[in-house]
Design a protein around this ligand. Structure first.
Ligand code: NDP
Length: 271
C-alpha cells in the first residue's frame, strides 16, 4: 500500500486523526492461521502480510508449510501442528508467543470436509469432523484468548460455511460442525467483548481450493447448482476470503463482533 493514496480525517466527535488506508493496516500485528499452508489459509496469510502483519501458519504436513513459507517470505513462520491434538494447543500458543511474539489475530481456518449420505456416516466419522472443525477451534481459541484477555486486545476469526446457512445434502457432519461455529462466535463474543477481544466468522461461498475440487469434481450437478445460485456468476478465489479477514482483523472493524459475514458472491441470498 502506498502512502500517496493516504488521506487523513478526524474521527467524528473525537478529533482523533485516522489515516486511510491505515485503519485497514495490520502493521505490527502477529496473526496465527491454522491450516495456512494451502487453499484459503495460504492466501489469507498472503493478504495479511501485504497488510503489514507477521504471520504464523500451521498444518500437519511440513513439506507443504515449507513451500508456503518460501513463497510468503520473511514475515512468515510455520509450526507443524495437528489441531486435533487438543493437549498440544496450549504448547503451540506458548511456542508461537515465545519465538515470534504475542498473537493479536487468531484465524481458525483448518478444516476437513466429508461428503456422504447421512445414513452412511459412522459415529467415528462424525466425531472426526467435529473434533477437527469444532472442538479444536474451541480449545485453540481458549488458549489464545487467555493471553488476549490479559492484554485487553485481540481479534478471533472463525471460518464457517454455506453448509451452516442452508440445507445442503450429504454433508451432515461438516454442516453440523460449521453450525456449531456460528453459535460459538456469538457466545464467545458476548463473553470477550468487555476485554476488547472481538470474535467473528467469515462464511465463504464456493471457493476454488482443493477442498472444493474434491467435493465437486465428481459431481457436476452439485457444481452447476452451486454456481446457479451465485448471482456474481463465478466461484470465489481464496484471496476473496483473505481480504475479508484483513478487514475483520483491522481497526476498521473495531465495532464489529459476534457476526458471521458471508463472502459468497451472493450465494446465500441467490435463488
Ligand atoms: P484445503 O483443504 O485447501 O485446506 C485445509 C487446510 O487445513 C490444509 O492446509 C490442511 O493442512 C489443514 N488441516 C486440515 N486438518 C488439519 C489438522 N488436523 N490440523 C492442522 N491443520 C489441518 O481447504 P480450504 O482452504 O478450502 O478450507 C479452509 C477452510 O475454509 C476450512 O475450514 C473449510 O471448511 C472452509 N471453507 C471452504 C470452502 C471452500 O469452498 N473451499 C467453503 C466454505 C468453508 P494439512 O493437511 O497439512 O494438515
Amino acid at each position: 500500500m502506498t502512502s500517496t493514496n493516504e488521506k487523513t480525517a478526524n474521527e467524528p466527535g473525537t478529533g482523533v486523526q485516522h489515516s486511510f488506508p491505515s485503519v485497514f493496516s495490520l502493521e505490527n500485528k502477529i496473526a496465527l492461521i491454522t491450516g495456512g499452508g494451502s487453499g484459503i489459509g495460504l492466501d489469507m496469510a498472503r493478504c495479511m502480510i501485504m497488510a503489514g502483519a507477521q504471520v504464523v501458519i500451521t498444518g500437519r504436513r511440513e513439506a507443504v508449510l515449507q513451500e508456503a513459507k518460501a513463497s510468503l517470505g520473511e514475515k512468515a513462520f510455520y509450526f507443524v501442528n495437528d489441531v486435533t491434538d487438543l493437549h498440544g494447543l496450549e504448547g503451540l500458543v506458548q511456542d508461537v508467543e515465545t519465538q515470534v511474539g504475542p498473537i493479536d489475530i487468531l484465524v481458525n481456518n483448518a478444516g476437513i470436509n466429508m461428503k456422504k449420505p447421512a445414513l452412511e456416516v459412522t459415529d467415528e466419522e462424525f466425531s472426526r469432523i467435529l473434533q477437527t472443525n469444532l472442538h479444536s477451534v474451541f480449545s485453540l481459541t481458549r488458549a489464545c484468548a487467555r493471553n488476549m484477555v490479559k492484554r485487553q486486545s485481540g481479534s478471533i476469526i472463525m471460518i464457517s460455511s454455506m453448509a451452516a446457512y442452508y440445507g445442503l445434502d450429504r454433508v451432515v457432519a461438516y454442516g453440523s460442525s460449521k453450525s456449531g461455529i456460528e453459535g460459538m462466535v456469538r457466545l464467545l463474543a458476548s463473553e470477550f467483548s468487555k476485554f476488547n477481544v472481538r470474535v467473528n466468522a467469515i462464511a465463504p461461498g464456493f471457493i476454488e481450493t482443493n477442498m472444493m475440487k474434491t467435493a465437486m469434481s465428481s459431481d457436476p450437478n452439485r457444481m452447476a447448482k452451486a454456481l446457479g445460485r451465485t448471482p456474481i456468476g463465478h466461484f470465489g478465489k481464496p484471496e476473496d476470503i483473505g481480504w475479508a479477514a484483513v478487514f475483520l482483523a483491522s481497526e476498521a472493524a473495531k465495532f464489529i463482533t459476534g457476526i458471521s459475514m458471508p463472502v459468497d458472491g451472493g450465494n446465500s441470498t441467490g435463488f
